[in-house]
Design a protein around this ligand. Structure first.
Ligand code: UTP
Length: 271
């Protein structure tokens, strides 16, 4: 059973400057709600019981969003507004399931994951990247089903345009399991078009084995001097650990770049 999820939130968000110079991108409104709430709802609906947020001191605003009790209590006692009371109840529900760990230097997604090492209890855990919203169909839930069936690691995947390949982690298919699931035998972080083994990209949902921590402990920085989670996954695949790419059916919204954020906000309002 997958009961724990981790969410790396300690990145700088440079692609969303100037918004991110003072604001955490994960709290930016998407149709009136912070993006991170969509991610938390996905976790809850998928049966996750504990979510570990990896934040930094610079992004303490994310913790404050969930720990603003005195403020809410004062307002609610003065103003009888059902909407505000319900919003506060929702925040309390989220807060109960969140634990915070810190990565004060943004050394990469792999380094962020490593910060959760001592809190992961089971053999597998879920990781969600909050820049990637997937709506309409719960991607994490369907990945957990695949994991339960095949007892393997799973990554969300999607076909991308060839000209955009160098923005993504791209994987190589070993064999097709069914229409939605592929066994993979390699994954490369941001390859050139020439070196890309396919046009299938990894999207920000992963079911990872606890043994990835021992790989991360030894891992040297890769592309751009960062410790990438993709490189640790690649080492596990090379040692014959089973990884399945799952073609999800939900609606994908990229919220990590300025263009993507603007487009996603418009699309989400129409859903
Ligand atoms: P990205 O590299 O896509 O986002 O990391 P970023 O670094 O926040 O933003 P840009 O690229 O400068 O615009 C994917 C996810 O991993 C987290 C980020 O917060 C984001 O949610 N992350 C990244 C960390 O937690 N720590 C890191 O060292 C790097």
């Amino acid at each position: 059973m997958i009961k724990q999820a981790i969410i790396p939130l300690a990145g700088l968000g440079t692609r969303l400057l100037p918004l991110t110079s003072v604001f955490a991108k994960e709290l930016l409104p998407m149709n009136g709600r912070p993006g991170i709430e969509y991610i938390l709802d996905e976790c809850i609906d998928a049966g996750i019981k504990e979510v570990i947020f990896i934040i930094s001191k610079k992004k303490i605003m994310i913790k404050n969003y969930f720990y603003n009790d005195n403020f809410y209590k004062k307002i609610i006692s003065k103003k009888k507004d059902l909407r505000i009371s319900n919003e506060y109840k929702k925040i309390l529900k989220y807060k109960k399931m969140i634990k915070f760990v810190y990565q004060n230097k943004p050394l990469g997604t792999g380094d962020a994951v490593l910060k959760t090492k001592k809190y992961i209890k089971d053999k597998y855990f879920l990781m969600l990247l909050p820049d990637d919203l997937i709506l309409k169909e719960n991607c994490s839930k369907s990945m957990i089903k695949v994991h339960n069936k095949f007892k393997s690691s799973v990554m969300a995947s999607m076909n991308v345009e060839r000209k955009t390949i160098s923005r993504w982690g791209i994987f190589k298919i070993d064999k097709k399991i069914d229409n939605k699931n592929y066994l993979i035998n390699d994954v490369i972080e941001k390859p050139s078009i020439k070196n890309a083994p396919s046009n299938k990209a990894v999207i920000g949902r992963y079911i990872l084995p606890k043994k990835i921590f021992s790989k991360l402990l030894k891992q040297k920085p890769g592309r751009g001097g960062e410790i990438h989670i993709t490189d640790a996954i690649q080492s596990l695949i090379k040692e014959n650990n089973k990884f399945i790419a799952h073609n999800f059916s939900g609606k994908y919204l990229d919220c990590g770049s300025m263009k993507g954020y603007i487009k996603s906000s418009e699309e989400i309002a129409k859903l």
